[in-house]
Design a protein around this ligand. Sequence first.
Ligand code: ATP
Ligand code: MG
Length: 373
Amino acid sequence: MNNINIFPYETIASKEVFFGREKESKEIKEFIAHSNNLVIFSKRRLGKTSLIKEIFRQIQEGKKEECLCIYLDIYDITSAEDFGTCLLQGLTSSFKGDITSSLKKLSSMFKRVRAEPTFDPTTMKYGIKPVVTALKFEELLEDFFQSIFDISKNKKIVLAIDEFQQISTIKNKKIDALFRKYVQDEKSANISYIFLGSKRHMLTSLFEYKAPMFELATPLELQTINIKEVYAYVSQHLNIKEETNTYIYTLCDGETKLMQHIFFLLHVKHKSIKITCELVDEVLEEILLYKTAMYRAILDTFTLNQKKCLKLLLKYDKGLFSKDVLYEQNLNKSLMQAAISSLIEKEILDKKDEIFFIPDRAFELWGKRVYLK
Ligand SMILES: Nc1ncnc2c1ncn2[C@@H]1O[C@H](COP(=O)(O)OP(=O)(O)OP(=O)(O)O)[C@@H](O)[C@H]1O
Ligand SMILES: [Mg+2]
C-alpha cells in the first residue's frame, strides 16, 4: 500500500482503501439481483459514486460472465446528443477483454453507430469508442437501448447513470419521457437502472408525482458512513481513541470527504503519535485556511443581502425570521426570503424537513470560524 493514499478525499476510493458501507452494499446488490431500479441520492460528498463503483467492482470480480456493469457520469453534457454519446461510450467501455471480438459484437449490434478501436499511449491500453457523427439523439438512444436489450437476453445488466439530474438542464428534448419508454419496456426485465446525483432536489424532482419517471425507480437516500465502520478503518492506520474519532465525525457532520481530508493530514503529519482533539483542530484550521481564497471568491459573487443572510444562517440555527434576528442585519422578511431562495439556487444552502442547512460542511465551518470573526 506504499504509494496509495489511504484516505482519498479528492479521488474516488479504490478497492484497497474503500471502507464500510456493508449494509448499503448488501441492500443495493439485492435490488440489482432482482433487476429493480434505484434512485440513489444524498447530501453531497457522502460517497455515492465511490459506493456504486465499489459495488460494480465486487460484481465484476465475482460473476463477470453473468453481469455487465455500465457506469457513466453525465455531469458535463450540454446537449441531448452528448447524453446519447455518453450512454454509448459507457456501453463500449464496459466491454473488457479481447478487443477484436468486442468490436465485432458491438458492430453487429449497432444499426447506425460505428464502433472504432482506440489506443491510449499513457496507459498503453486499447479501447473502443462509438462514432456518432451526424446522428440524432433519438437514433443514438435507439441504438443504445436495442444493444443493451440484445445483450440482456443472455446477461444481467446494471446501468448506473451518475449526475442524472443533468438531463433536466437540457430543455429542447424531453429526455425523461423518452427514457421512460425504454425503462418501462418489457425488454428491460433483465436490466437494473440506477440513477445517482449530487443535486438532490433536481434529481428527486425528476421522479416526483406526475413527472414522466414517477415510480420508475425506488428512492434510496444514502446516509453518512456508520461511525463504527469509520473507526474500524481509521484505527488501523492512526493511533486514535474512539472518542477522538467521534470528535472528528461530529465536527464533519459525517461528511465523508471532509473526514477523509482530516484523516489524510493526520496520517501525513502525525502517523506515529497519539491523535488528540487539539491536533484535529490544527489540521482542520489548515484545511480551512487553504480553502479561504476559494470561499472568498464565492462570496465575491454574493449580493450584500445574500452576505447578510449567510451571516445570520451561520449564527442562528432557528428563529431566522424573528424581528430581533432580522434587525441585526437590517433585513426584513421578504428580503430574507429572497436571499434564502437565491442561496438555495446557488446550492450554498439546502433545506430538509423545513430546516435550512449549509450542505458543504467545510464551508459552514469556515463561515463560523473565519468569516464571522
Ligand atoms: N466508503 C468510502 N471509503 C473510503 N473513501 C470514501 C468512501 N466513500 C467516499 N469516500 C471518499 O469521499 C470523497 C467523496 O466521495 P464521492 O465522490 O464518492 O461522493 P459523492 O456522494 O459521489 O459526492 P458528490 O455529491 O460530490 O457527487 C471521495 O474522495 C471518496 O474517495
Ligand atoms: Mg458523485
